[in-house]
Design a protein around this ligand. Structure first.
Ligand SMILES: *Cc1c(COP(=O)(O)O)cnc(C)c1O
Length: 364
């Protein structure tokens, strides 16, 4: 099955085979070595030239675990989080801090609308209790790229801590983490890194990691300093998904061999192919081109068709697309081009899409 959903993604045979390596106890030096390799490769890939200034914390869990670990670990007693929300994952950030009653009113925007940095500045001036600002890099809901650099500048100028959910962004769209002074970025193995779901990570500025050690523990499983202290051993507090880590390590090798910039370029080309062909079939994208990421395009479901018809017709032919979420659930569908997809896979999908469209139009 060819997956055109935003994770889990299709992986290479090389990554899949890594799952079959020997059974391993995570308290043995072989696991410590594996973990150390993953951490080093993450820093090489995502903070090149600034590896010594960041720590990579690897967690067992989906991407949400990494995002929640970052946000909850970032807060001293009495301080609050300000969330910039323009999609389902922004909603999720708000829900995470809402559970602990640690939020101030969020900056809520229509889905597909990027935030105005000046509104963020104003909100931070009005709320001295805000310590952490949290935003999604690539809002998977619509495929919107948020202006991370501009928001990072405002957050920095107001002396707050910027935490970015780049779970669907890293290795798909460029993100200058070190250059923008971003304190923490959450990511996952199972999207543009082309590993399996089940392993996630947070890149943390080391100086901030030291500060977080004195902050209250708001979660037992997800407290980042707990992982950091043990990773120095190097060890890990809880039983990791060992086999998934084997594959994660292999996927990082593939990423570094391809080069992050080349991976991004490959995804951009794939998205361009999809967009040109969809446009020729008269499909209407939800976002204007300048806001689109390299890895997701959302389209309005053509009138007279239902998402289910599209989805089922494509699935019969071996391709999985993705529905809209929340308020857009029945109106849009999404095509992701993350993963080990060849041009042939994409061409196959596009002809299948055309077939489904024609079949459905003839029937109606
Ligand atoms: C996929 C995703 C997540 C995490 O989702 P999980 O299902 O927990 O892996 C978080 N944020 C964004 C922007 C995502 O696309």
């Amino acid at each position: 099955m060819i997956l055109l959903n935003p994770g889990p993604v299709n992986v290479s045979e090389r990554v899949r085979k890594a799952l079959l390596r020997p059974d391993l106890c995570h308290r043995e030096p072989e696991f410590a070595d594996l973990l150390q390799q993953i951490r080093t490769k993450l820093l090489t890939a995502f903070v090149p030239g600034s590896e010594s200034e960041y720590a990579a914390i690897v967690l067992t869990g989906s991407g949400t675990a990494a995002v929640e670990a970052a946000v909850l670990s970032s807060l001293p007693t009495g301080k609050r989080v300000f969330v910039i929300n323009n999609g389902v994952y922004g909603d999720r950030l708000s829900a995470m801090v809402g559970v602990h009653r640690l939020a101030v009113p969020e900056l809520k925007l229509d889905w597909g609308t990027p935030p105005d940095p000046e509104k963020v500045r104003l909100a931070l001036r009005q709320h001295p209790e805000v310590y952490t600002v949290a935003m999604v890099h690539h809002e998977t809901t619509t495929g919107l790229l948020n202006p991370v650099k501009e928001i990072a500048e405002v957050v920095d100028s107001q002396n707050r801590v910027f935490v970015v959910d780049s779970v669907s962004g890293l290795a798909g769209d460029a993100l200058d983490i070190a250059g923008a002074h971003i304190y923490m970025v959450a990511g996952t193995a199972g999207k543009c890194i082309q590993g399996f779901p089940g392993a996630a990570f947070v890149l943390v500025r080391k100086g901030f990691m030291e500060r977080m050690k004195s902050y209250p523990k708001r979660s037992w499983y997800l407290h980042l300093p707990h992982y950091f202290d043990l990773e120095q051993s190097p060890s890990i507090p809880f039983t990791p998904a060992v086999q998934v880590y084997y594959a994660f390590n292999e996927a990082l090798d593939e990423l570094l061999e391809e080069g992050v910039a080349n991976r991004i370029q490959r995804y951009r080309k794939a998205a361009t192919l999809i967009r040109q062909r969809m446009s020729a079939m008269s499909l209407k994208p939800v976002l204007p081109p300048e806001r689109q990421s390299n890895t997701i395009t959302s389209y309005y479901v053509p009138s007279g068709l239902s998402y289910q018809t599209l989805h089922d017709g494509l699935k019969q032919r071996g391709y999985v697309i993705y529905a809209g979420q929340g308020q857009l659930a029945s109106k849009i569908f999404r095509v992701a081009n993350m993963g080990a997809l060849s041009t042939q896979d994409l061409e196959g999908f596009l002809s299948a899409f055309q077939q489904v469209l024609e079949t459905a139009t003839v029937r109606s």
